[in-house]
Every structure is written in structure tokens, then in C-alpha cells.
Design a protein around this ligand. Structure first.
Ligand code: MCA
Ligand code: AMP
Length: 481
């Protein structure tokens, strides 16, 4: 197949492709850096990428794609247990990292390749990869067990980014700003590969701040991507940051995704800036499914219409399709199309379970459709999946980590509404010794070090016994404060 990034060899050589803080690369510089690295890794197996929010991560992923080699982005804050699982499951041959970055012990046995952003080599080798070949393996949490690696083929990336270009009138003239992490689809595929496929620019903030957003949008950036927590923080800051109001008012497109944007935050931003945030709906396994279009009506609380090429249906409990778009009948969203992943790595059981016999992917998201086709997400099938700060977090994974603490006899994890994070993680604990239960901070640190800091419980509640039904199953719906 052809390169995913025609602009690397097209007529945009002098244009800035990537900017991270004070450092940037033009398309010509990116082509040289990625080409040099691609030459080193081409023909080998999968590569892990130590996905810090840096220029090096962007160069490493582009190099892997140019070389036709699958990249496995790693959260640099992963705990040892989670990292160990991802490495043994994905079996990368090398790890690509920024020079000087200290890598934790599970990575020290792997060959390390430092990413040089000022390459001297020629263009990348002609990619020999096929459309169906894997481009990325992105780890995503399920309700139980450790995260699964979603194998995302090259055609899914090309398809989703081109569909978004159509929906958002996204061109090479756009300059995107964001502060999203680079080990998930949102920040990496949409936020870095998206601008590069269009021949446009991305400015990454290193870490999200409202000041950074204001600065960049007031200095030529045209689009903002963020999770609802970021838009909540924007909404909170508008009354005290006039520069931010001006910045948002002047942007071409404000896009939110990864979780539901609360109507209250949508309306507060609209009232202060005159601009409506556009919502799009996706998943690691499906990339993007729906969006409000740039020329459509950005109604609060809806994720818009299916993107070009995406088939979407709502399905009743018995598997039959919801017949009418009445804005009331709730069904599970199922999708089909070239935007879908191919499989969960090493998990044929989970892959088979995720699809219907005729190839529809079961998202687990519950929605209604308005008569004009707009999709509104109203909930999730599984209570054991928590969305906090836009991260999907499986309750089972945290429960298992908590149970490894000697002070914990029993544990159950739930999500509770949170104005900033959407949901906050709550751990319900039966302590081994009720006289001296482990403290909340100790348990948070325990989880943060084994898994990742965003998976740590924000609240710990202590019980004498967990509520269970006759079968012995924990009744999570009874766990409310
Ligand atoms: C706190 N920290 C700790 C501990 N407590 N570290 C170790 N041990 C502890 N006990 C550190 C954290 O690592 C972090 O460091 C800092 O303290 C603050 O942590 P936290 O409170 O968790 O962060 P936050 O400021 O509340 O983060 C909010 C956020 C973040 C910036 C909105 O949640 C975020 O980046 N979310 C994006 C998620 C995302 O991209 N999801 C996409 C997946 P430090 O500050 O140094 O980091 S969904 C997807 O891809 C699909 C396809 C889709 O539809 O988009
Ligand atoms: P992830 O598995 O981390 O890729 O997260 C995918 C999930 O995020 C979806 O199944 C939805 O539950 C949720 N999600 C993504 N975008 C939106 C949105 N715009 N509104 C509501 N939920 C969303």
C-alpha cells in the first residue's frame, strides 16, 4: 500500500509538521528522522514505543508505520504488573525511546533504540505492508482480567482519518492543539497521525493546561481536541481567563470525545464563547464511528451521525435491530466497516465474543437515535467499566490489584459521578484486620505502582462485608454511598 502520510514526500517539505514545546520538525525533517529510524527497524518484528508526550514518540510511530512494522505504544506511567503483561503479550523485538529516558525493569531486557529526531538518512524504505497488516497494537481494559491488545490495521487508520477529514472539513491548513496522552487512539491516531495524514500541523502541549490552549489558539492553531475533563476545566476557567474566551471564540473547530461531554459544560462554553463543541464517538477497537459534522448542528448531548463508510445499528436485548429512530428506544450500538480492528492479540475467545456472526462489532454502549439519525449515548451495558478522565478502566483489574495488598480481604470497585473526571474510581474494601485497615493513600499508591496512576482509587470506603446475592456474586448496584 502507499504511505499513510503522502505529505512526507509531497510538496510540503518546509511546513511545520510537529511541534512539542520549543521543538519542532518540518515535513522534510520528519521524513529524514522517520526514514533513518524506519531503515533500522524495517523487516523486524513489532516495536514497543515508550510513549512520552514528546517529539520522539511521534517520530517513532511514524517510522514504524513507514517501515510497515506494528507499533505498541506504552504508557510511560504503567505500573510493573501492567507493563509486564503488555510486554509478554505483544512480544516486541525492540523498544523505541527518547534518548536519556529511564526505562523500568521489565523493559531493560529488550534491545533499546534511541529515537533521534534529526535524522541524516534518506527517505524511508518503500513500505511493503498491505492494507490489512497491523499498524498499531493498543491496549484497552475489559471488565475482567488484564488489558487486551487491539490490533489496528493500516486501512482502519487511513479510513477513519479520511472520514473525519470529510466530516470536519479537515485540511492541511489546519493546525491542531492538544495535550492528550500518546498511548491511546485519541491522542495518537487522531491527534498526531491525523494532522500528518492531512499535511497539516499539530502542536502538543506536553501536558494539558487551559493557558496552553489559549496561547496556541490565539497564535494560529485552528482546532482543539480534548476529553470532557479538559473541556470541563476550560468551562471552569472561562470566567477568569479572558484570553481563553477569545481563543475558543476564534477557533475553527472544538472537538470532544472519549466520554460523554456533560450538557452543562457544553452550554457554559457556548454561552461564554459563542462556540459549540462538536462530539465524536469512537473506541480503540473501532476508531471513529460517528461525529457531529462541521456543517451540521452541534446539539448538546449527541455524538452526531455515522461517519462515511461506517454502518451503525441499535440492537435490542434479543439481538433484533431497533426498528425506528424515535429518540426513545434504547439499544446497544453495533458497528461494521473498514474502521474496525482485526482482533485482540492472542485472544481468539475475546475476539469471537466481540463480533456477531455477520461481522457486527458489539460496542457495549447503549444509545437512542433521533428521527434525523443523530445518535445519543445513554449508558453502558457493563457496570464493570469505568470512564474516568476519558480513560476506560476495568473494575476487575483494580480489584485484582487491591486483593494483592495484604491488608485487603475483599474488594469491589465501582464508578461514581464526578464533575471533573466524569466518573471517579471508588474502592469498597473489607480489611483483613478491621482494627487497622490500610489507608486510602496507601491503597491508591499500591494500585498506581502496579497498574497506572489513572487507575488508582480516588475514594476508599470500608465495609464489614460486601453485599452478595444468593449465588455469592457481589451486588455492585447496592454499593452506593
Ligand atoms: C497522583 N499521581 C500519582 C499518584 N497520584 N502518581 C503515582 N502515584 C499516585 N498515588 C500523579 C499522576 O500520575 C499525574 O501526574 C498527576 O499526579 C495527576 O494525576 P491525575 O489526578 O490522575 O491526573 P489529572 O490531572 O486528573 O488528569 C486529567 C486528564 C487525564 C489530564 C484529563 O485524565 C487525561 O489525560 N485523560 C485523557 C485520557 C485519554 O486520552 N483517553 C483516550 C482513550 P502527571 O501530572 O505528571 O501526569 S479513549 C480513546 O482513545 C477512544 C478511541 C476515544 O473515543 O477517544
Ligand atoms: P476506549 O475503550 O478507551 O477506546 O473507550 C471507548 C469508549 O469511550 C466507548 O465505548 C464509549 O463508551 C466512550 N466514548 C467515546 N467517545 C464518546 C462520546 N463522545 N460520548 C460518550 N462516550 C464516548
Amino acid at each position: 500500500m502507499s504511505s499513510l502520510f503522502p505529505a512526507l514526500t509531497g510538496g510540503t517539505a518546509g511546513r511545520v509538521a510537529l511541534r512539542f514545546g520549543a521543538r519542532s520538525l518540518t515535513y522534510a525533517e520528519l521524513a529524514a528522522a522517520a526514514g533513518t529510524l524506519a531503515g533500522r527497524i524495517a523487516g523486524g518484528g513489532r516495536v514497543a514505543v515508550w510513549a512520552t508526550p514528546t517529539l520522539e514518540t511521534a517520530v517513532a510511530v511514524v517510522a514504524a508505520l513507514e517501515a510497515g512494522v506494528a507499533a505498541v505504544p506504552l504508557n510511560p506511567k504503567s505500573g510493573e504488573k501492567e507493563l509486564g503483561h503488555i510486554l509478554s503479550d505483544s512480544a516486541p523485538t525492540v523498544v523505541l525511546a527518547e534518548p536519556g529516558a529511564e526505562l523500568p525493569s521489565p523493559l531493560r531486557d529488550l534491545t533499546r533504540v534511541d529515537v533521534e529526531v534529526h535524522g541524516t538518512g534518506g527517505p524511508a524504505p518503500e513500505p511493503s505492508a498491505d492494507d490489512e497488516d497491523p499498524a498499531l497494537v493498543v491496549y484497552t481494559s475489559g471488565t475482567t482480567g488484564p488489558p487486551k491488545g487491539a490490533v489496528i490495521p493500516r486501512r482502519a487508520i487511513a479510513t477513519t482519518l479520511d472520514a473525519l477529514a470529510d466530516a470536519w472539513q479537515w485540511t492541511g491548513d489546519d493546525v491542531l492543539v492538544h495535550g492528550l496522552p500518546l498511548f491511546h487512539v485519541h491522542g495518537l491516531v487522531l491527534g498526531v497521525l491525523g494532522p500528518l495524514r492531512r499535511g497539516g500541523s499539530v502542536r502538543h502541549l506536553g501536558r494539558f493546561t487551559t493557558e496552553g490552549v489559549a496561547r496556541e489558539l490565539n497564535d494560529g492553531a485552528t482546532m482543539l481536541f480534548g476529553v470532557p475533563t479538559m473541556y470541563h476545566r476550560v468551562a471552569e476557567s472561562l470566567s477568569t481567563e479572558p484570553e481563553l474566551v477569545k481563543a475558543l471564540a476564534g477557533a475553527r473547530l472544538l472537538v470532544s470525545g472519549s466520554a460523554a461531554l456533560p450538557v452543562h459544560d457544553h452550554e457554559r462554553i457556548a454561552a461564554a464563547t459563542g462556540r459549540r463543541v462538536i462530539e465524536r464517538y469512537g473506541m480503540t477497537e473501532t476508531l471513529m464511528n460517528t461525529s457531529v459534522r462541521a456543517d451540521g448542528e452541534a446539539r448538546a448531548g449527541t455524538v452526531g451521525v455515522p461517519l462515511p463508510g461506517v454502518e451503525l445499528r441499535l440492537v435490542e436485548e434479543d439481538g433484533s435491530a431497533v426498528a425506528s429512530y424515535d429518540g426513545e428506544t434504547v439499544g446497544e450500538i453495533q458497528v461494521r466497516g473498514p474502521n474496525l480492528f482485526t482482533e485482540y492479540l492472542n485472544r481468539p475467545d475475546a475476539t469471537a465474543e466481540a463480533f456477531t456472526a455477520d461481522g457486527w462489532f458489539r460496542t457495549g454502549d447503549m444509545a437512542v437515535r433521533d428521527p434525523d439519525g443523530y445518535v445519543r449515548i445513554v449508558g453502558r451495558k457493563a457496570t464493570d467499566l469505568i470512564k474516568s478522565g476519558g480513560y476506560k478502566i476495568g473494575a476487575g483489574e483494580i480489584e485484582n490489584a487491591l486483593l494483592e495488598h495484604p491488608g485487603v480481604r475483599e474488594a469491589a470497585v465501582t464508578g461514581e459521578p464526578d464533575a471533573d473526571l466524569g466518573e471517579r474510581i471508588v474502592a469498597w474494601i473489607v480489611p483483613t484486620d478491621p482494627q487497622s485497615p490500610p489507608g486510602a493513600e496507601e491503597l491508591a499508591d499500591h494500585v498506581a505502582s502496579r497498574l497506572a496512576p489513572h487507575k488508582r482509587p480516588r475514594v476508599v470506603r470500608y465495609l464489614d462485608v460486601l453485599p452478595r446475592n444468593d449465588m455469592g456474586k457481589i451486588m455492585k448496584r447496592a454499593l452506593t454511598s
